[in-house]
Design a protein around this ligand. Structure first.
Ligand SMILES: [Zn+2]
Length: 1003
């Protein structure tokens, strides 16, 4: 009746109002309350002889589902589950089924140069959690794992100490391929063991012929748009690996020590404006500062800032005249340990037209030139400019047509052009020494100091790099930057804070050097004219090469004669001369270009765009960016709709993992255990739980503490699952489930909570927030299930007759809860979830959880008035329990007095009769007997505990509000304890309570 009335109020919105002045939270009151009466009655230590008599009539939980698995048993079980539940076929199964929507997560290819590490685990499991979730909720998941297979690090490892000596490019390539294949096989086996689903027989590899062909097509598109060009300019060069490097391949060492020097360049021709303003400036020298003395021989100019002030100063100790920036004079004086007396001050623009004598090259003069990159933050405000060895220097050279002649060879040694004194000296070591001593000899060295600063190193060899000019192929990223930024605006970035790093990295990179002087990679499809050196590259040549690569793989670049690579028809279309005029290029493409083109090679037509890319934050300047640039260049849009950027795995103490620190956590040891007994076998699900539980957007710590905690959390979860399974033994939901409308209100209420739980869990998974899923799960289990619901229903489950409506109602709810909880955690713990599913009722044998969908939720669970009834009763219960602190509620009779109104009607729906020991209200209160009345009786016994409270019923967002008062009277019950159910509901000590009498007599 009540529900009819309330349901008339459509769109009911319930809010918690003021509750009993003594009550705690809704469910908190139950925590301290022990209620395992019937449970206790079955414990073997129980001495009650009568209890033993009825033991067999009590329905205790029974299941073979093991509480805990450890050691080899755990490992065997996980592998059995993978096999029995078809982990290997799952991906193909879901690709073949019909689905309305696709979810495409494009896998960033790990590098194929070593074993799987914990960083891979973090990344791959994070992706798998999302993929499994999407699959469960009916999406068709597109996820093709890949590997980045080319590049110098693999080449170096494959060749070992032998180096390239005497090996042809094809021999090097063969060794590198074998090495990469080995690493891929080991990594793949690890990913499968972690439970990552994919079609592992059809992954992508950047050394696949089809991949290489697709990559060349991207190259061709970009070249035809004029975005790829050849140029001679300074690039980062690694002498230790003899190749050019891109910005993304550098690591900055903040502790690098350089020999910084102050040196003089005597002014041979005074700037005319200076000379006209001040007489007696003969013998002035320009003072410069550099941290790279080896670049002095390559000096072509000294730059000044036109808008700054400069002074000619006289050294107090030796009367030398120096030209320095006025702002720098004081700190230079301190450095030199002498006073500097100002002789004259000029603005930078007055320095125009000056010429200096080069300190180490006889008869060479270099000009004073204006430049905007001159800084006043350090040095002298006058910048030594060596166009071959600095990016800013190079732009000055382009503007003023200075020479960019290179005096350093590929090994980082001075070449012949540097002169006989320097030739063949390594620039970073003895070459620097020699230049400094030459400066000293000619009197140009003013001061030398050690300078600790951040300096670029080769990310693989860990050796310092130099800047030197060479002829390389470049992508004009400056011209792509604006489009790339615009495309990024449409991309969702998680966390949003990563967006600014991505933009900053785009700004920083004005060009991208894509040629590498190695063999293990995709060749740049270019031919050079034998005589002129002119490059031959166009859509006809590149398309032909792409076709050949598709058919034969790119080894054919080295295998085939040039005539096959450049057939007559291609030469004709290219308006080129005879094939004998041409030789093939020897450079390969940067591996960031390989992987950056993966969207074109891997994602399906017609719109190769992924829903999401998920990688570590190191990819902000790497794959995220190279993919964006190539995609924007070819089709003016990003290859991803969203980006998820996660942190790195670090040691338990927050340190970076490294072999030298001995703090590397090996995922294989985590799963299978180590030799040391302190490293038990945790299995794959613990590793997955660790990933899920972590805040992956920051640094993620891993070690025994995190792993043990993950294992314990899973144990607690298993405990709950075991309780659910145990009480569902023999229950067939398809035949025995109770219609929701006929279920007990508390059971319906649990379905309502389950629905809210599943909505929250679904939201959290959609946000890549598995740690929130775990928090929601743990709160649901500990607060709503263990402390509240499970404590209330044990009597009904164990002591009511097996097929009673009340018990079946409860089992109906438990079955839904088991199903919901198992599915909610399945993306994180696929092994545990499938194991539970093997024991769970309600489905055919052989059916697996992952093929049976996401959490079911029925609208019937949202019954208006239901929440108010149960939550009102819970508020009253809180008051009741807090009036008898520490006592057993079952030993009391409770009288609830409520004035006629909405709250009374709500309570009446839980207990129709004025007094009851078996109503839903009595069950919720856990009291011996509950009397429901509109007024407290006048003749209460003297030991009655009285209390009062109010409950605010708030319907329709406040349109209907009713603040209802209630009074409680609590007295010790006069009933005796029933020997079967141990509730205080029996007439006398040796007599069963009426409910138990009925149950036992029917048995
Ligand atoms: Zn009983």
């Amino acid at each position: 009746m009540l529900f009819c009335r309330v349901s008339a109020v459509s769109q009911t919105l319930v809010r918690w109002g003021r509750r009993s002045h003594r009550g705690g939270g809704l469910l908190r009151g139950a925590v301290s309350f022990s209620s395992s009466r019937c449970h206790g009655s079955a414990q073997p230590t129980e001495t009650d002889s009568a209890q033993g008599l009825y033991r067999d009539t009590v329905l205790l939980p029974r299941t073979d589902f093991p509480m805990k698995l450890s050691g080899q048993k755990l490992l065997d079980r996980e592998l059995e589950i993978q096999k029995e539940c078809g982990f290997a076929d799952l991906y193909s199964w879901q690709r073949e089924r019909k689905a309305k929507r696709e979810f495409c997560l494009h896998d960033g290819p790990p590098y194929a140069n070593g074993d799987a590490h914990v960083g891979h685990a973090l990344n791959k499991i994070l992706k798998d959690i999302r993929n499994r979730f999407e699959m469960l909720r009916g999406r068709q998941v597109h996820f093709i794992p890949g590997w980045d297979c080319h590049g110098l690090p693999i080449e170096l490892k494959a060749l070992g100490e032998l180096g390239t000596s005497g090996l042809s490019p094809l021999q090097i390539r063969q060794k590198a391929r074998e090495f990469a294949e080995g690493a891929i096989a080991r990594q793949k086996a690890a990913f499968q063991r972690w439970g990552v689903i994919a079609d592992w027989d059809h992954c992508y590899y950047t050394y696949d012929a089809a991949y290489e062909a697709a990559q060349l097509n991207v190259f061709q598109e970009m070249h035809s748009k004029g975005l790829i060009y050849q140029d001679y300019k300074p690039v980062f060069w690694s002498p230790s690996s003899r190749t050019a490097l891109a910005e993304a391949e550098l690591e900055y060492n903040p502790d690098h020590v350089s020999r910084a020097i102050y040196a003089t360049f005597p002014l041979t021709t005074l700037p005319p404006k200076m000379a006209s303003e001040k007489a007696g400036l003969e013998g002035v020298s320009v003072l410069v500062w550099t941290t790279q003395p080896w670049t002095i021989p390559a000096n072509q100019a000294v730059c000044y800032m036109p808008s700054s002030q400069y002074s000619v100063v006289k050294r107090a100790d030796n009367s030398q005249l120096l030209l320095v920036a006025t702002d720098r004079a004081a700190s230079i004086a301190a450095l030199l340990g002498t006073e500097l007396q100002s002789v004259g001050t000029f603005t930078g623009s007055q320095l125009e037209g000056g010429l200096c004598k080069h300190p180490t090259i006889p008869d060479k003069e270099v000009p004073l030139l204006p430049a905007n990159h001159v800084t006043m933050a350090k040095g002298t405000g006058l910048v030594h400019t060596a166009p071959a060895h600095g990016m800013d220097d190079y732009s000055v050279a382009s503007q003023f047509k200075l020479s960019v002649e290179c005096t350093v060879d590929e090994d980082g040694k001075f070449n012949e052009l540097a002169g006989p004194e320097l030739h063949s000296l390594s620039v970073m070591t003895e070459g620097t020494d020699k230049v400094i001593s030459m400066l000293k000899e000619c009197g140009a060295l003013v001061k030398e100091e050690q300078c600790v600063h951040s300096y670029p190193y080769d990310w693989r060899t860990k050796q310092p790099v130099v800047i030197r000019p060479s002829k390389q192929w470049f992508i004009n990223t400056a011209s792509l930057k604006d489009k790339a930024k615009e495309a990024l605006q449409k991309v969702r970035v998680l966390p949003e804070s990563a967006r600014s790093s991505l933009l900053a990295m785009l700004d920083k990179r004005t060009y991208w050097c894509i040629s590498r002087q190695r063999s293990w990679g995709v060749p740049i499809p270019v031919f050079y004219h034998r005589e002129t050196g002119e490059a031959l590259i166009n859509k006809h040549t590149v398309s032909h090469i792409a076709e050949l690569f598709k058919e034969k793989g790119c080894d054919c670049w080295w295998e085939l004669p040039v005539e096959a690579l450049l057939p007559p028809e291609v030469l004709k279309k290219s308006n080129a001369g005879p094939v004998t005029d041409y030789i093939r290029g020897e450079d390969v493409l940067d591996i960031w270009f390989d992987s950056g083109a993966s969207w074109a090679a891997v994602l399906g037509e017609p719109d190769p765009r992924a829903d999401v890319y998920v990688e570590g934050k190191d990819q902000l300047g790497g794959w995220f960016q190279s993919s964006l640039l190539t995609s924007v260049a070819v089709r003016n849009k990003a290859p991803y709709k969203s980006l998820v950027v996660h942190g790195f795995a670090v040691s338990e103490h927050g340190e970076k993992m490294s072999k030298s620190l001995g703090n590397v956590v090996d995922p294989d040891t985590v799963i299978n255990g180590g030799k040391d007994p302190s490293m038990p076998a945790y299995g794959a699900d613990v590793l997955r739980w660790w990933v899920a539980e972590s805040n992956v957007f920051s640094e993620v710590q891993i070690g025994p503490t995190a792993l043990n905690s993950a294992r314990d959390s899973i144990s607690k979860l298993r405990n709950t699952l075991k309780f659910l399974l145990g009480n569902l033994q023999g229950f067939d939901p398809r035949a025995q489930a109770v219609d929701p409308k006929q279920m007990h209100y508390i059971d319906q209420y649990m379905l309502h909570l389950l629905r809210e739980f599943s909505i929250k869990v679904t939201d959290a998974y959609s946000e890549f927030d598995a740690s929130r899923v775990i928090r929601i799960l743990q709160a649901f289990i500990s607060r709503d299930l263990s402390s509240f619901y499970f404590s209330i229903i044990k009597d009904r489950l164990y002591c009511d007759s097996e097929d009673s409506l009340g018990r079946r109602s409860c089992q109906t709810a438990l079955e839904e809860i088991l199903d919901g909880v198992t599915r909610s955690i399945a993306p994180v713990l696929p092994h545990v979830a499938e194991e539970v599913y093997l024991y769970a009722p309600g489905h055919d044998k052989g059916e697996t959880l992952f093929k049976s969908g996401w959490i079911k939720s029925s609208s019937v669970w949202r019954r208006p008035g239901l929440e108010e009834a149960v939550e009102g009763a819970c508020a009253i219960r809180d008051s009741f329990l807090s009036s008898i602190p520490g006592k057993n509620a079952a030993q009391y009779d409770l009288t609830i007095a409520i004035e006629p109104g909405l709250l009374f009607e709500l309570m009446e729906s839980l207990q129709e009769e004025p007094t009851s020991t078996s109503s839903q209200l009595a069950e919720l209160m856990m009291a011996a007997r509950v009397n429901l009345t509109s007024e407290l009786p006048r003749d209460l016994p003297p030991d009655t505990l009285l209390s009062h409270g109010t409950f605010l019923i708030n319907l329709e967002g406040g349109v209907i509000r009713e603040d209802s008062a209630y009074s409680l009277a609590v007295v010790p019950t006069s009933a005796a304890r029933c020997p079967r159910c141990r509730r205080y509901t029996a007439e006398s000590a040796d007599c069963l309570c009426p409910r138990c009498q009925t149950v036992v007599s029917q048995a």
